[in-house]
Design a protein around this ligand. Structure first.
Ligand code: DX5
Ligand code: ZN
Length: 219
């Protein structure tokens, strides 16, 4: 089954609650929260207080994507803020195995994330410790960018390796997902799709989510 994790990055933050309510009404599977620090990525978005406010507003699974430098310093804070899954970048300068284990020790799901220039093989040694791997299909930092098709090969390699090790790994793809790229990502082996612009630019988010679900079912 394919799960959708809409990113609220391009929402109007003055009315973030309305966006969360609309996505809940559209029966989203998760909510994807993009945390940026202006150091690991050029952009700055939001941090723990916003995650905590979203937590109060919904019971939906919160998929937190940390794009911050040395994320191990903040794992506990995001767990306390109410994240259900905490994802961090392998390139961000944290001890990878220790941070993956720390997230589990706090009772949360973990997600190891790679930027476009990082090969899939970089995460292979950690796969038995991961609930999910996130393959970035744009340079992290901004919503609304074009999908990088090179990500598809990485997804294939990861799915192959997870199958070889008989791991029930979730593979998430993030960036430039639209009506054309969503089925390609699923065919390659992704089962969690982040969707930002494709939903927020739609006249009717619920109808667009249904459309995405239909296009990615039974592939
Ligand atoms: C980019 C973020 C993405 C992004 C997705 O750094 O991690 O989650 O907001 O937005 P779209 O779907 O518009 O590419
Ligand atoms: Zn993201």
């Amino acid at each position: 089954m394919v799960l959708f994790s809409p990113s609220v990055l391009t929402a109007d933050f003055m009315h973030l609650g309305d966006a969360v309510a609309a996505l809940d009404a559209a029966h989203t599977d998760m909510l994807h929260l993009d945390v940026m620090d202006g150091i690991f990525v050029p952009n700055i978005s939001f941090g723990m207080p916003v995650v905590a406010s979203v937590r109060k507003a919904t019971k939906t699974f919160l998929d937190v994507h940390l794009m911050i430098d040395r994320p191990h310093r903040y794992i506990e804070a995001f767990a306390k803020a109410g994240a259900d899954s905490i994802g961090f970048h392998i390139e961000a300068g944290s001890p990878v195995e220790q941070t993956l284990r720390q997230i589990h020790a706090l009772g949360k799901k973990n997600c190891l994330t790679i930027k476009p220039a990082t090969p899939a093989q970089a995460v292979f040694p950690y796969l038995p410790l991961c609930d999910m791997v996130l393959v970035m299909s744009v340079e992290p930092g901004f919503g609304g960018q074009k999908f990088m098709y090179e990500a598809l090969d990485k997804i294939r390699q990861l799915r192959e390796q997870a199958d070889k090790l008989k791991l029930p790994l979730h593979i998430e793809v993030d960036g430039g997902i639209n009506l054309e790229t969503a089925p390609l990502a699923v065919k390659a082996g992704a089962d969690v799709l982040v969707a930002g612009n494709v939903l927020f630019s739609a006249p009717d988010m619920a109808a667009r989510l249904t459309e995405l679900r239909t296009l990615t079912a039974n592939l």
